[in-house]
Ligand binder design. Structure first.
Ligand SMILES: Nc1ncnc2c1ncn2[C@@H]1O[C@H](COP(=O)(O)OP(=O)(O)OP(=O)(O)O)[C@@H](O)[C@H]1O
Ligand SMILES: [Mg+2]
Length: 282
């Protein structure tokens, strides 16, 4: 299968007090068209920095010192900021970690989805409203017309994350980066959101980079998993073989801290058994 993203020997540093500190030290990563690729590693390993490098939203003090990020055949580190913004808005989308702060608090939910469709898909207002209703329905929001008129504070965390997932899929991007998309949610809602992401991804041709520190969660929804330690990918395997035959000592230590519950759960496909989240809009 062809790759949509190929990262080759990527080095990235952060400047602090005039000293350059390495954050990514030769990352190699390849994501195939349409796959769910997990990225797992401890806190500070560099997962979010790698995501930001792909999205072109690195903090000011950081610099890519060498390496290539090849997206759909082009080295995107060489694009100017306008080309990069177009790419990030239309072809690479993200599902953020914190649904509570990721929507505009003073704009109605429906308008926020419509804005994206009008701006990036060139739809007129009427078409964008229709499509917004369809997208909200797709992420299993009941009464989408009512929800479109609400403000973010009127929705639960799970509902907001559903809206953000709808936005991420709205422009039919080739790649979506989900950076810990469920950690801010309670456990029951986490499961539903994971199922939803998996289901939407399966119904589209979109590749997904799913970032987590939890190998158990990743193993449940990913095709392949890359393990990151101290700014490097130390192992990449199918989810199945990673659990059965971890090669790297760091992967083995991560597996030891993965709960038995997830190991069991992985074997009993749970993707369709949880009922839809109670939508109290509160
Ligand atoms: N805005 C920033 N400015 C400077 N350095 C940063 C910034 N954000 C992160 N770093 C540094 O970059 C390194 C990698 O951080 P990163 O956020 O990518 O880790 P992570 O793997 O995503 O961790 P977590 O699992 O906690 O989210 C860390 O050493 C961190 O201190
Ligand atoms: Mg992070």
């Amino acid at each position: 299968m062809n790759s949509i993203l190929n990262i080759d020997d990527l080095h990235l540093e952060v400047r602090r007090d005039h000293i350059a500190n390495p954050v990514l030290s030769g990352v190699d990563l390849s994501i195939k068209i349409g796959e769910i690729h997990g990225l797992v590693g401890n806190s500070g390993a560099g997962k979010s920095m790698l995501a930001k490098a792909i999205l072109g939203i690195l903090p000011a003090a950081t610099r890519i010192s060498s390496g290539v990020i090849n997206f759909d055949g082009k080295d995107i580190t060489r694009l100017d900021s306008k080309q990069r913004r177009h790419l990030a808005s239309r072809h690479i989308a993200m599902i953020p970690q914190d649904p509570m702060t990721s929507l505009n608090p003073v704009r109605r939910v429906g308008k926020q989805v419509c804005d994206v469709l009008q701006l990036h898909m060139g739809m007129d207002r009427g078409k964008a409203q229709q499509e917004t209703q369809r997208l909200l329905d797709n992420v299993q929001i009941r009464e989408p017309k009512t929800v479109m008129r609400m403000y973010p504070f009127e929705l639960s965390g799970g509902m907001r994350q559903r809206v953000l997932i709808a936005i991420a899929f709205s422009c039919k991007p080739e790649l979506i980066i989900a950076d810990e998309p469920t950690t801010a949610l309670d456990v029951t809602v986490q499961r539903q959101i994971l199922q939803l992401i998996k289901q939407l991804q399966m119904n589209s041709a979109t590749a997904l980079l799913f970032i987590s520190h939890d190998l158990g969660v990743v193993a449940k929804i990913c095709d392949r998993v890359s393990i990151m330690q101290s700014g490097r990918i130390v192992e990449c395997q199918t989810a199945e073989s990673l659990f059965d035959e971890p090669q790297h000592a760091y992967t083995q230590s991560l597996l030891e801290t993965t709960s038995k519950y997830y190991r069991f759960d992985r074997g009993t496909n749970t993707h369709s058994e949880t009922p839809a989240e109670h939508q109290d809009h509160a």
